[in-house]
Write a protein that binds this ligand. Sequence first.
Ligand SMILES: *Cc1c(COP(=O)(O)O)cnc(C)c1O
Length: 387
Amino acid sequence: MVNKFIPYGRQAIDQADIEYVINVLQSDWLTQGPSVSKFEDAVAKYCGVRYAVAVSNGTAALHLAALAAGFGAEDEVITSPITFVASANCILYAGAQPVFADIDPDTYCIDPIQIESKLSEVTKGVIPVHFAGHPCDMGAISKIARENQLIVIEDAAHAIGASYTIDGKHYRVGSCAHSDMSIFSFHPVKHITTGEGGVVTTNCRDLYEKLLMLRSHGITRDPRLLKRNEGPWYYEMQTFGFNYRITDLQCALGISQLRKLDGFVQRRRDIVKQYNSNFSNDPRFIVPHENQNVFSSYHLYVLRFRSPLRLEIFDYLRQQGVGVNVHYIPVHFHPYYEKNFGDHRGEYPVAEAYYENVVTIPLFPGMTNSDVDYVISKVRTAADMFA
Ligand SMILES: *Cc1c(COP(=O)(O)O)cnc(C)c1O
C-alpha cells in the first residue's frame, strides 16, 4: 500500500480565502447580505455578461434556469449523454422530456449535427455541456436554436475561465453571447469553490427577474414588480419558488477564489501540456483534443485508451494512490433513465464507445510537478502491464 493518494480533483484554499470568510463571520450578515451581490457582480464582470444570480449549488442553478426558460410538460429538451446526471435531471424537474444527442468524437461535447437529428415539433431547448472545460460549438448550436426557436442553457459547470473565438471575435464562457443562460458550479472539484454553490448568468432582464424570484420562494419585494402594494411590510409570492439561496460566507470564499481563477486555469493547462507531451506519441493513448478556436479551462483530464482494458488499469492506479475516475457513465445507462424512458443502449454509439475506454486522471492546480511525474510514471506502468 502507498500512503499517498492523489485525487482526480480538489480545491485550492489559501490564507486570503480564509480571511475573507472570517471577515464575513464577524459581520452582521451571514446570508442575504452584501457579499452575495458582490460575488454576483464579480462573476458577471469576469464573464462579460449583464446579470448573475448566485444559488446554493450548480444543480439548483440548472433547475431554476430550466424553470425560467419555461420548460414544461409536452416539451422536449436536448442534452448530452456524456455528462453528470444533473444536466438531464433539471429537464425532469421542470416536467419536460430529456432527449439525448450523441457527442463529437474529438471534443466529447454534444455534436450539433446530432442535435439537428433529434429535433421534433415539441423541442423547446438545448442544454449543451462544455465537457471537461472545452466549449461546445456555440456558433452552430445558436444557429440551430435561432432557426428552431429553442432556448439554450449552457451547462458550464466545467468551464468557467474557458473561451472561444468565432469570426475573429472572442467570447468568454458565461457571457451568454450564444445562449439565453449559462450555469456554473462551485463544488470543490470545480475550478473555483464556495463549498457548495452555483450561478446562473444571463443578458435578459426578464429571465434575471424570474431567477431572483425563483431563488427565494417565488417572493418579490421589488416595488416595480408588485401586483398590489399594501404598505412597507408588503411582499408578494408571485410564482412557485424555492429556497436556493447561497450564504454570504460562501460568496466571500467565491470572491476570493475568483481572483485566482486565471492562475488556476493556467496551472491546469501547464499540467495538461506535461501529460500530453508524455502520452500523445504513445499509440496506446488518445489525449484530449482542443479545437483551434478554443481555450479550454480543463476541468478534467480524460485519457482515452485505444482498447477497453479499464478495470485492471483502474484497480492498479487506485492501488498506487492515483485517484482515477470515469466521467461519465452515459446518462441513459442509469437504471432510473432505463426504467422511465426505456432501453436506449446502442443509440449513441460515439458516447457508448467513449465510455468503454476512458479514465480521468488527476488534474487540479495544487498538484506539484512531482505529483504530475508520479501520475505519468504510474499510468505508463499500468499501460505496460495491461494495454
Ligand atoms: C458538477 C456538475 C453539475 C452540478 O453541480 P453541483 O454544484 O454539484 O450541483 C452540473 N453539471 C455538470 C456537468 C457538473 O459537472
